[in-house]
Design a protein around this ligand. Structure first.
Ligand code: PLP
Length: 374
């Protein structure tokens, strides 16, 4: 298989650990092991006694039991734990797709959601989210994109990078469409539980039936990317067994300390959600103010969930803007070209505590682009 460089990851590799302000992170503020363990009495001592042998390949039974609480009527044997969501995306596509399959992919997308399928030799049809529709997907379009060899639809809601959250009616209709047309629905739900209005939270695709695969992770809503614990939830035995068989060739099983810590995190996830949504909502007020003061420079569709938005620069080139900003002001934004977006958008992260200082620095820099025109 021929995989091109993962543009976004290469961009981060260049700047992530040497730039003062990361204003485009996709995850929420992390915490230390000590702070996580402090959420639960006795957890610190138990962690010290974690056994460092191989663990169960599907994920530890107690972790899977905690993950079950994210879904309705979930059974632990429907969860397969992975090393991050990234491994699960890779294994799902390797296990279920073959050359010549046609796949419909929510676009723009986190690169691996289309690239792995492309690398296998699948034909990809982008299902385009448009700023002028507030980044909503148009359900009518998916019918037009369908072909006789369509195998799956890949969606991501809440969405990276736009913060779009599909409506309940559309999600119901999409699941029905996939079921009626015998398609797999791979639902990247790594930002689930970060809806700004909890009433708008969608059921997990898992809950709709065997056609669906739900993807989750500790990295995003819960702010624990360093654990590298992700999972899929599916009632589809063929998908489950095929992915499990491939996992024997990648990571075999998960890190025992990470599984323990992920279990504590999942048991206490409401505390993590409250903390992280508190940070996001505070940051959103600052960003709303920033964009209202600079409406001549930026267009802004306010996200409905998650820790990102995808504003558009109205003057000059976004690549040059991001490059100049990081070099002169030490503030990292992610140009939309990393998502193959050609309309001057950039990714803005909302989940970090230092956003107010980063925005101050950004605003000090802005007169320079106004003066130079670009
Ligand atoms: C939509 C989406 N899916 C999957 C992933 C991969 O998550 P992880 O890095 O925790 O494996 C990311 C990470 O940015 C993401 O944004």
């Amino acid at each position: 298989m021929n995989l091109p460089p993962f543009k976004l990851e290469r961009y981060f590799a260049k700047y992530e650990f040497n730039t003062e302000f990361l204003l485009c992170s996709s995850d929420c503020e992390a915490m230390s092991i000590a702070d996580l363990l402090a959420l639960e009495e006795g957890a610190a001592e138990k962690f010290q006694n974690t056994w460092l042998g191989y663990t169960e390949s599907q994920g530890s039974p107690t972790l899977r039991k905690e993950i079950c609480n994210l879904y309705t009527n979930m059974q632990p044997e429907h969860i397969l734990v992975h090393t991050g969501a990234g491994e699960a995306i890779y294994l799902f596509m390797q296990a279920m797709f073959k050359k010549g399959d046609h796949i419909i992919v929510h676009t723009p997308s986190y690169q691996s959601l289309s690239e792995v399928a492309k690398g296998i030799g699948c034909d990809i049809s982008p299902w385009l989210a448009r700023e002028e529709n507030n980044w909503a997907l148009d359900l009518d379009e998916v019918g037009h994109l369908m072909r006789s060899n369509t195998k799956a639809i890949v969606i991501n809601t809440p969405h990276n990078p736009t913060g779009y959250l599909m409506s309940r009616a559309d999600f119901d209709a999409l699941n029905k469409f996939a079921q009626e047309n015998k398609l797999l629905l791979f639902a990247d739900e790594v930002y689930r539980e970060s809806e700004y209005d909890p009433e708008t939270r969608l059921p997990a695709a898992y809950d709709y039936g065997e056609h669906a695969v739900s993807l989750g992770v500790t990295s995003k809503t819960y702010g624990l990317a360093g654990l590298r614990i992700g999972w899929i939830a599916t009632k589809n035995k063929k998908v489950y067994d095929s992915m499990a068989a491939l996992k024997d060739y990648t990571t075999i099983c998960n890190s025992a300390p990470s599984e323990f810590l992920a279990e504590v995190a999942m048991r206490n996830r409401q505390k993590l959600i409250d903390r992280n949504l508190g940070i996001i909502k505070h940051n959103l007020t600052i960003i709303d103010d920033l964009f209202s003061r600079h409406a001549d420079l930026f267009s802004w569709v306010r996200p409905k969930a998650g820790s990102m938005g995808f504003p558009r620069l109205l003057k000059g080139s976004v690549d040059e803007f991001c490059d100049d900003l990081v070099r002169k002001a030490g503030v990292l934004l992610l140009p939309g070209t990393m998502y193959d977006d050609s309309r001057n958008h950039f990714r803005l992260g909302l989940g970090r505590k230092n956003l107010p200082n980063a925005v101050e620095r950004l605003e000090d820099y802005l007169p320079k682009i106004n003066n130079s025109g670009g």
